[in-house]
Design a protein around this ligand. Sequence first.
Ligand SMILES: [Zn+2]
Length: 294
Amino acid sequence: MKRSCLFFFVAILASSLSLAQSSIEDELLSSVVGIEGKTHQGRNEFIKNQLHTLGIGYVAAPFNRIVVNKTDTTTTKGENIIVRAGTGTKRIVVGAHYDAFGDSPGANDNGSGVAVLLSLIKQLQDVEWNYSVDFCFFDQEESGLLGSYYYITQFVVPQHHFAMVNLDIEGTGEEVYVGPVGNNNRTIMRYVHEAEQKTGFPFVEGAEFPSSDQVSFAKFNLQDIAISIVPKGDSERLSKFVRNGYKADSIDTPKVLGVMHTFEDRSRLVSPASLKMSFEFTKTLLMLLNNSGR
Ligand SMILES: [Zn+2]
């Protein structure tokens, strides 16, 4: 009788643990499903609605980029959505762009990054931050990294900047790909390597890394790093692709490029396990960065 009770208890414990494990994956995937295929405005509203539901306040920071030339004037409108936490003098920025390329449904690029950022905001609500933290949903990345540029000009005081962590392409594969590693991010890389040890995830770092919002920070000499989750071998392929001046080598094309920016970038190709990997790795990195401020 006792033995069967114990068995019953263990069975319940095991099932509730697996429930807890699957729920973060469900949460992440449902964000990707929620944002994919929406219009630009729809993607913006999806994020705001999620934050409303969580009872989390945000700053909506609009911007206009106006380019005047001899014959006409073009205006690109955008709006960054920023969730602010912590009170420290130094600041950590965690960013993911929410705009999609052209008519692409934008599930992996970058519904995946948005999903991870939303879950980080939700799951880290009770953290006592030793830094100020800005969780940024950047707009108009696909139009030339505009959102991150305007965020820097509007919100960043360079001497108060500590680290920027960018999330773009988090939804396929089983390899943590980090970069671009260089002189600009030696401090962050120390914590990235600690996160690598702690998580034990397959990990590849590259001196070359595809352009995303971290590049805006690098241009201002602000410490930054980007994290992607990619299929095995794609880290090297992507680094090579960047080294080749963004020309795909027909023999060795990175797998993620086959879907990115196309109509095939849908949630059915996004893996909950990849999203969870990104979430766990970034969460571990943020906690290590936070502890450094004690
Ligand atoms: Zn992207």
